[in-house]
Ligand binder design. Structure first.
Ligand code: HEC
Length: 103
């Protein structure tokens, strides 16, 4: 092997190792954990996750039980638009808050 190919091998090895090292060093973002068994359905479970991820960005995460179902029917579409969520996500969040506020 000549010098040049040794350098080439060195670069390949470095490149192969780099992502792994970066993964370990970079701060791990805390995932929002959802225990599905807590919820009556996977839609509600996903709604809970979406709520936690998207609804505490502009203001603190609101306590679901502070609002009635009637209020949530109006709030969720307004806030989903602000949060730029699609109709599916909006529906999941609505299912979640309705379930939670009626518990
Ligand atoms: C882009 C910023 C933004 C995001 C994202 C956002 N909100 Fe809001 N939210 C606001 C603002 C501003 C207000 C206060 C003004 C208002 O009531 O429209 C508010 C008010 C509220 C209120 C109080 C309403 C009341 O009548 O007192 C609730 C509940 C709420 N948001 C829930 C949510 C939920 C649920 C989500 C996720 C789908 C969400 N917000 C995402 C900006 C945001």
């Amino acid at each position: 092997m000549n010098k040049l190919s040794l350098i080439a091998v060195g670069i390949v090895v470095l490149a192969a190792c780099a992502p792994k090292t970066a993964e370990v060093i970079s701060p791990v973002e805390k995932p929002v954990t959802v225990v599905t068994s807590e919820f009556p359905s996977s839609i509600v479970a996903e709604g809970s996750k979406l709520y936690a991820e998207n609804c505490g960005k502009c203001h603190k995460l609101q306590t679901v039980t502070d609002f009635s179902s009637e209020q949530w029917y109006k709030i969720v579409p307004n806030m989903s638009a602000l949060a730029k969520l699609d109709a599916t996500q909006e529906n999941k969040i609505l299912q979640y808050v309705l379930w939670k506020s009626n518990k």
